[in-house]
Design a protein around this ligand. Sequence first.
Ligand SMILES: *Cc1c(COP(=O)(O)O)cnc(C)c1O
Length: 367
Amino acid sequence: MSAVPFLDLHAGYLALKPEIDAAVARVLDSGWYILGPEVVSFEASFAAYCKAGECIGVANGLDALILSLRALGIGAGDEIIVPSNTFIATWLAVSAVGAIPVPVEPSPSTYNIDPDRIKQAITLSTKAIIAVHLYGQPADLDPIIETAKEHGLAVIEDAAQAHGAAYKGTRIGAHSDAVCWSFYPGKNLGAMGDGGAVTTSRADVAERVRILRNYGSREKYVNEVQGMNSRLDPLQAAVLTVKLEHQDDWTSRRREIASNYIDGLDGVTVPFVPDWADPVWHLFVIRHAQRNRLMTRLAEEGISTMIHYPVPPHLQQAYSRSGYTAGSFPLAESFASDMLSLPIGPHMTQNQQTRVIDAVNRYAKEP
Ligand SMILES: *Cc1c(COP(=O)(O)O)cnc(C)c1O
């Protein structure tokens, strides 16, 4: 039997090959290889898609977070509230500007940062909260933004997994001070290489990010601040412009697959979707007490699964000096021990999905 890949990126290219090839050729023929009209045009399309005032294309998702933190004036010694359960990039961005990530545990039902636990983590040094829309499921933004207002904090969203998701009926893209995107190939809107963006409806933040991504300069050789080189590549912008046209179709396909999983799976914990959330299913994460055994069994049937994430940031060697140990964040740790991501993507076939559901149901109930 043929293998079921975790995500078929090549199929995503083949589905749009003529359009993508033409877009790449257009950039090559234009003679314009840094920023320029392709980037401006994608920025306008993505801002409109996100219902945000502005979009600034940057080099990758990590830089989108770093640039947003810098644009909001965050730096050495500031404390930034981050989820204990997230991809490590969220934490690394905070550390990169000299600030300190202060982890807060997730809600056990949604897996996203628990708004009720944020207050206890706020100190006089706290400057911002980063909410992550993990696995493509929006975080509960209203209470987070309310707490931030009470304490005079900024809010940043890490939307690297949430292209097209909606919170209380409004697309993710401009609820908070700055929304950070990644176009890494495996994301829901993925380029053919690295890419990222910041969207916001705050003109001052947009202007700051725009200057910071290009050597701190508005005008060539006039450097107002110590910026970075973090520009979205026009080749990637051209590819993303093509893919964005198909984003809603591809999201619908992910939603169908997720709903088949929720209806068809038995003997595992499936994701809970609050009534205010329209997730985009970047990942479909189940929980099972015998996760490692289930993963091995599925692999024996040619079904690729992954763990997001096997080691939470606070237990990574990179954060060994923070003083956290096993037991510091029990919810993040328990997720790491029992979560398993099943194959999902716009090009997964019905037949492949039936095989995954049958196999999971067969093995999940083994004694
Ligand atoms: C992918 C990802 C990032 C980083 O994006 P890159 O483009 O790889 O730098 C940040 N946060 C989350 C939650 C991600 O999934």
